[in-house]
Design a protein around this ligand. Sequence first.
Ligand code: ATP
Length: 526
Amino acid sequence: MNKNINMEILASLCKRRGFIFQSSELYGGINGFWDYGPLGSELKRNIKDAWWKAMVRSREDVVGLDATIIMHPAIWKASGHADGFADPMVDCKDCRKRFRADQLCEEQGKQLIKEGSTFTLPEGTVCPACGSKNLTAPRSFNLMFKTYVGPVEDDSAVAWLRPETAQAIFAQFNNIYATARQKVPFGVAQTGKSFRNEINPRNYTFRSREFEQMELEFFIPPDEAVELLCGHVATLADNPDLAGAPQPDWGWEVWHRYWVEQRLAFYRAIGLPEADLHLYWQTGDELAHYARACVDIEYAFPFGIQELEGIAARSDFDLTQHQKHSGKSMEVFDEALKNAAKAKTPDELAAFRAKTVAAWTARGKTAEDADAFLDKLLEGKYVPHVIEPSAGTDRLALALLCNAYDEETLTDAKGKTDTRTVLRFSPAIAPIKAGVFPLVKNKPELYAKAREIFARLQRRWNCFWDEAGAIGRRYRRMDEAGTPWCVTVDFQTLEDGTVTLRERDSMTQERITLDALVAKLDEAIG
Ligand code: ATP
């Protein structure tokens, strides 16, 4: 594969073929916003369908949610976004350009100095646009887009466009739990738009101001509940079978790694090569205070190795925050847990309590908190913990486009060379699955047969009808759209029902019956 892709060439192909357009281009565009054209919208739909199939439909332990973008502003207070969802911003006083301070430092091989909530630029930081050292001190900029609900624009009407889809899952946890007939461990998945007023949108669609996310909140019991129920907690040191079915004795560490493996398998299955996928484990001071672990799945984009998805073990932070702010319980009750606690002797319970209090205080929590948690736990009640795999649809679409892009030099029989541009999408995510061509337009019988075949295939898959120009040209147009197969209906079709099937990557052609063709597509697309 050609990894040294020039992003401008890719962007120009995306525009020419109808994958991605600049939003509002007619009026000069708007920075950080992108539209998906006829092929791009199919690509994105296929990505979201593949995700939904892998995360929801093919599992018994995950259900879906489709929540609103604008929610009660108290949700963002509870989640911490209202006060803390900010990036440090600096302005160049000479050229008046604006930058994200942490990115600017990183690009200059430096690190932004952070003390509490105050940021300082290290010595010698310069404006990347004009080279001036005349930069403002970094100041916090909240990334949430603000709006007003109703006709009056006062403080009581302020609302925010969601900066992530996840919070709705926490806020609706009780309703989902009451209706889904699921027990912990189980997950809730959601895809949808999110909005962040990024200081510096860049790298094509990679960092946009409006984008889509695909998020799962997978709720698990606290390790202490697992210990009471199973008598022990499985950790990674026990070498659990992560490819097999989840087990009741898994602790948070195993669940977290399980989801990392599931997500890596998903990326491989839709065509991203293993060698281009990287894991970045956040270190102690990068982790949010409530997070036990966070790993980023990164892809080797032409502009660098960058995050596709974050998978965090977030403890019970989110539900506990909503419990505090709403005043409503976010606990679940587990009869088996209550019975397991009842079956313990007083000595066993005392030892369990002492061990738990010691572990909690070692993590910086108070003994009172541990005691209050244990009192509830022994009654079978707890606030679920959560593992959160959070992916970006647009970033994945961009990774798939980068991965698919290839330029191939072809030499014909006379030694003449030519460059073929081809998008080598995997069949499952390719926007168009097959191009269907009548060899000629002016033979009614042949044309009608081709329309009939097109209609049969189109009932199942997105196909493209093309009757214009030489067959070779039609193939090339489909190559640039990333269409894995082309089906040509010719005179022989009228005699024996076979068609010519041309394969995108190898460019080989074979004669095949219609039934064999349908079986082949079925197998490859799924
Ligand atoms: P970054 O560090 O790149 O800003 P993040 O760590 O803030 O991302 P999360 O809050 O973990 O991102 O969001 C989860 C996922 O949502 C990201 O992995 C990414 O795929 C997607 N995402 C986040 N911000 C953007 C954006 N501005 N444009 C496109 N996708 C985004």
